[in-house]
Design a binder for this molecule. Structure first.
Ligand code: GLN
Length: 190
């Protein structure tokens, strides 16, 4: 199985490092033809408005949306979650989420004073203790669809979950030094 990492902008190198450390075959996805070669994809954090524009200039928007709708397993983190959401509050007017995940997110919803924070998260199905949740100007998940399985919450708000084969985290597992969530995803699809 080859795992792609969308490499337009943001923290894609850290996902590559985490996946490589786990022995996965990893490929950068920068162009539509790269998408044909992958069996799963990580959509990294970064700046969602920038990634949104780069989806158009790279001509990845349509093929990526199509593959996600067709069931390509994906793990969307932070800005990646914003890209996948069905609705984005406080986004830029020209921001066009792919709407492949039935959640509403509020961009930068954790606010200025909490722009970055770290907090231990109890993750359902994850052994060996809490997961370090690294939140960086993270979106708040305002609403999850009935179909979404929530795997972790912070202050009663979903921060990790999945719907069918799209997994999401509003935090940055790739910046935590803890590989268990990458491992969970990789094991699930191997
Ligand atoms: N605030 C960023 C955005 O709107 C997301 C932050 C992140 O990915 N760390 O895209």
């Amino acid at each position: 199985m080859k795992i792609g990492v969308l490499a337009l902008q943001g923290a894609f190198r850290e996902h590559v490092e985490a996946l490589t450390a786990l022995g996965a075959h990893v490929a950068l996805v920068k162009r539509p033809e790269h998408l044909d070669q992958v069996d799963a994809i990580f959509l990294p954090g970064g700046e969602s408005t920038t990634i949104d524009k780069l989806l158009d200039s790279s001509e990845l928007r349509e093929p990526l949306a199509r593959r996600l709708r067709d069931g390509l397993p994906a793990f969307a983190t932070c800005a990646g979650l914003i890209l996948c959401a069905s609705e984005v509050l406080d986004g830029r007017p020209d921001q066009q989420p792919l709407a492949v995940l039935d959640v509403t997110v509020r961009r930068n919803g954790y606010g200025r004073q909490r722009e970055s924070f770290e907090t231990p998260l109890a993750v359902r199905g994850l052994a060996d203790g809490d997961f370090p949740g690294v939140f960086i100007r993270a979106p708040v998940v305002d609403r999850v669809g009935a179909h979404v399985e929530v795997l972790a919450e912070h202050d009663g708000v979903a921060v990790l979950g999945r719907a069918d084969d799209i997994w999401f985290a509003s935090f940055h597992p790739e910046l935590s030094g803890d590989l268990r969530l990458h491992q969970l995803f990789v094991n699930h699809y191997s």
